[in-house]
Design a protein around this ligand. Structure first.
Ligand code: SF4
Length: 348
């Protein structure tokens, strides 16, 4: 697909307006302009919707995506959209969640990307845990495969995990797969949590020492973290929230200086969308999320491979959907306020 010099110049200018805020040069933007032009043209021709998780690279988020957000919010976006084809720029389980909620749509992922949490547990592991703890209910974090969700009673997100656990009828809850999130939740609920051993390789990297060092260097700084971090990190920060909650906090806060204890995509989003905020300290890249490239998005639109097409057995879709729908039912039932930093005791 050929684009004129003028079209490419104009596209490079459009990209540079956003991406220059995170260090991209005009030359960098000129290099990708033909590809973003082609992707956006194919997207319109095919009536496709491109979704990008907030941990994607800026060229994907601001070059081709129609919506940027977190795992669950984007799946709801996919369901609401009239588009018949969804390109989900993210890790595989998120593409699966979109397919579970919109089985009639064609859902594609640009690369086969795992996730240390989702890959830490299988459907058979869940069945084994159920046999070991027959009285316990099973709640799975959204970072799980469709096959695992199909074996669980209810799903949860990082922002409603506490509500869901408290609203479950059982007193013992098998909470999978995130051990660190489970440890953060345990002091906040009267339920006994039985934890698996999954960890997010991004959020487990942060240490309380790194947080304390930044606070000492920048007095008055606000430090925000994701609940996939360890309890020792959580106890040192000012706010705990999902990726969307962290972004909302920064966007609405009067504070100027922040440390974001999470994946680097969130720092990119703040640097591009909120130029009046200063971000200090280092972030961590997710190697799985960063497997997605513009070339992969183009391939998914032009000539998708078998691996790019999200396929789930209909019986698994039915059971996994029941698990997600139970999350809504339990959320309504719950009177709790959910997992936010203001509710996590500093000493937890
Ligand atoms: S940041 Fe962590 S939880 Fe998210 S995809 Fe990467 S490994 Fe999985």
């Amino acid at each position: 697909m050929g684009f004129s010099e003028q079209e490419q110049q104009h596209e490079a200018g459009r990209l540079h307006e956003k991406l220059s805020k995170v260090g991209w040069t005009v030359e960098d933007c000129k290099l990708i302009a033909p590809m973003t032009l082609e992707i956006n043209q194919l997207k319109r021709q095919q009536n496709a919707l491109i979704l990008a998780h907030s941990y994607q690279t800026p060229d994907i988020m601001y070059g081709v995506a129609d919506a940027i957000g977190d795992s669950y919010g984007l799946s709801v976006e996919a369901k609401k959209s009239p588009a018949k084809k969804i390109i989900f720029c993210s890790v595989h389980f998120m593409g699966e969640t979109a397919k579970i909620l919109s089985p009639e749509k064609e859902v594609l992922v640009p690369a086969v990307a795992g996730c240390s949490l989702a890959d830490s547990i299988t459907a058979e592991d869940v069945r084994k845990l159920r046999r070991q703890h027959p009285k316990a209910g099973v709640v799975c974090y959204i970072n799980t495969s469709a096959a695992v969700k199909a074996e669980c009673d209810a799903c949860c997100t990082s922002s409603n995990a506490l509500k869901i656990i408290d609203a479950m009828p059982q007193e013992e809850i098998i909470f999978i797969p995130d051990k660190l999130m489970g440890q953060n939740l345990q002091p906040l609920t009267k339920k006994k949590l039985i934890l698996a051993d999954g960890r997010c390789i991004v959020h487990e990297e942060f240490t309380p020492e790194s947080v304390k060092a930044i606070r000492a260097q920048y007095p008055g700084i606000k430090i925000l973290a994701h609940p996939e971090c360890s309890p020792s990190v959580v106890s040192e920060v000012d706010f705990i929230g999902s990726t969307s909650q962290i972004l909302d906090y920064v966007h609405t806060s009067k504070d100027k200086d922040f440390m974001l204890v999470t994946e680097c995509g969130i720092t990119d989003r703040v640097n591009i969308e909120k130029r009046d905020k200063n971000i200090y300290g280092s972030c961590v890249l997710c190697p799985y999320m960063k497997k997605i490239s513009l070339a992969g998005v183009l391939k998914a639109l032009k000539d998708p491979t078998e691996h790019q097409i999200v396929k789930i057995d209909p019986s698994v879709i039915r059971k996994a959907r029941a698990c997600i729908e139970n999350m809504f039912a339990l959320e309504k039932k719950s009177q709790n306020l959910g997992l936010t930093a203001r509710q996590i005791p500093a000493e937890s």
